[in-house]
Design a protein. Structure first.
Length: 250
């Protein structure tokens, strides 16, 4: 019934967040934070390549991994369009099995918060094992500060003459004890005023306290943990940086 990041949501993301468009300064922040990294960079939850491609254009060696086949297909098309190459992998972050290790693994835009809380330890352990000695992770965490139960928002995006996507977001529920909020998203492909295709997804977004997430990173074997709020100039997200502790064996 529900599908996250299917054909229509990928199409909408591609048009509303095109390649190279910085969201709150994220591309600039990550490019600056990756300076001095030796070895390759892995973007987890690479999506359409909005962040990956400009990083490659700035000289970084970046691969991407995502679970969504639709997102990866669009990312490959965007790579071709911009004349750059990258390794792309369709894998589950809890069971990564990639052909090389990396100097850094990044996960921008709060995508980490879409992971089920029960799988977070596995994902962090997987990141740990795919880092070179002394490698680091950079992970964005978001807070649902503007969430209101029962609120509905809607907007339309034109794709071509006579074609567009109507997006509707419904804020379904908040679980204070479970630290999560739930949204239902509806994507409707419109052609000449008629609905041609519909896609419905349910987004569950988990949030974490700063000390809580630091403890999760430490449990996975990371050290030298620090954080920056809003890329240094806003209220969100919280970006954690942590270094692989080479003495830690998991």
């Amino acid at each position: 019934m529900f599908k996250e990041y299917g054909e229509l949501s990928t199409m909408l993301y591609h048009h509303t967040k095109p390649i190279g468009r910085s969201v709150g300064g994220d591309i600039e922040f990550y490019a600056d934070s990756l300076k001095g990294v030796t070895g390759g960079v892995l973007e987890a939850g690479v999506g359409t390549g909005r962040v990956l491609i400009p990083l490659i254009q700035q000289g970084f060696d970046v691969d991407g991994v995502d679970l969504s086949a639709e997102m990866l297909a669009q990312c490959k098309a965007n790579l071709d369009k911009h004349g750059v190459t990258a390794g792309l992998f369709q894998q589950d972050l809890t069971t990564l099995d990639l052909p090389r290790k990396y100097g850094a693994i990044i996960m921008p835009t709060g995508s980490f918060c879409l992971l089920p809380r029960s799988l977070v330890n596995k994902v962090l352990n997987s990141f740990f094992h795919h880092l070179e000695p002394g490698g680091k992770v950079l992970i964005d965490i978001i807070m649902p500060t503007d969430f209101t139960v029962g609120e509905t928002s809607q907007y339309a995006t034109q794709l071509t003459d006579g074609t567009g996507i109507l997006f509707t977001s419904y804020s379904q529920s908040i679980d204070w004890h479970g630290q999560k909020v739930s949204y239902t998203h509806r994507y409707e492909l419109l052609k000449s005023g008629q609905v041609e295709q519909t896609e419905i997804s349910r987004f569950i977004v988990h949030w974490y306290g700063i000390q809580e997430f630091e403890m999760l990173l430490k449990a996975a074997g990371f050290a030298d943990i620090s954080h920056v709020i809003g890329y240094g100039s806003a209220q969100s997200p919280i970006t954690f940086t942590a270094i692989k502790d080479d003495l830690k064996q998991i």
